[in-house]
Write a protein that binds this ligand. Sequence first.
Ligand code: G6P
Ligand code: MG
Length: 218
Amino acid sequence: MILKACLFDLDGVLVDTARFHYQAWRNLANGFGFEFTESDNERLKGISRIDSLEILLEIGNIQLSESDKLRYAEEKNQLYLQYIRKMTGEDVLPGVRVFLSGLKQSGILLGLGSVSKNAAEILNRTDITPFFDAIVDGNMITRAKPNPEVFLKGARLLKTDPACCLVFEDAVAGIRAAHFAGMKCVGVGSPGILNEAELIIPGFLDLSWEKVVSNLIG
Ligand code: G6P
Ligand code: MG
């Protein structure tokens, strides 16, 4: 296996926005009069905004018209934007910049594969846009993870065979999307949740590309 490119999920992998998504969804659920737990939130990772709302409504057993669904999805996003507009370079997760720089020095292409429609804003606010040779976000795809569209499009933009791409993901839906795309996947987070990944890391601190490759190949 010759790895030529890495594709990164954004939320929960490069930046800790998963907690902002959670706070915004929880606020919405509380407004409807029910509690929304962190384990409920796990189901929303990697899932599009509108599909996330559908899951939340199912948990709260709430029925809404299609136009109300759009209104509440927008309300959640406005709340979420209040959090991300306060983000700076300090919000990039520990070790991420050093790891991305190391990849560049090793000649590995870097792509972003996120279903978030706010990805460009987050990359710009945290000042990590220049690391990426290709960026695919929620405005450029029609199907959210676990559909592989986001990663296949990333591979295409990087002009790299999917089999030569490695994905970094914090969500089960994202790991499945990588596998459907024919790519191996590194899970970033807890082994209990991400056990479908080929390799699981707690984060990027003290991680080098050489370490990743040797752990993957064995
Ligand atoms: C990421 C997050 C999801 C979020 C989705 C859409 O994949 O993991 O929790 O729902 O992006 O984000 P957006 O910023 O477009 O609402
Ligand atoms: Mg994520």
